[in-house]
Design a protein around this ligand. Structure first.
Ligand SMILES: [Cu+2]
Length: 105
């Protein structure tokens, strides 16, 4: 091991350290930006096209990754990046689209 490091020039050791540090930084960022999924109750859905309107509105919100809206259960399941948006914004978005919602308990 020691001879391995002796065989490396100082520049190579420095670049090894830099690569290690940047890899650690990337993995930390990934865990900090872990996505969250919430389910919203949207009681105002009255036909099978309502969930489509709601899904399209939510998909326009920056930070929203995935939306599944369902007429049968009158819910919208939203996966989002919590460093970019939040539940209040999602609820405001459905209300602005004509469908007031609440966080499903
Ligand atoms: Cu409808």
């Amino acid at each position: 091991m020691i001879s391995f490091f002796r065989s490396l020039s100082n520049t190579n050791i420095l670049s090894l350290v830099l690569v290690t540090v940047s890899l650690l930084a990337v993995s930390n960022m990934a865990s900090a930006a872990e996505n969250t999924t919430v389910v919203l109750d949207v009681p105002g859905m009255t036909c099978k096209f309502c969930p489509v309107t709601i899904r399209k509105a939510l998909e326009k919100v920056p930070g929203v990754v995935k939306v599944k809206s369902d007429f049968a259960t009158k819910t919208a399941s939203v996966t989002f990046n919590p460093s970019k948006t939040n539940v209040e914004t999602l609820i405001k978005t459905t209300a602005n689209a004509g469908y007031p919602s609440t966080l499903k308990k």
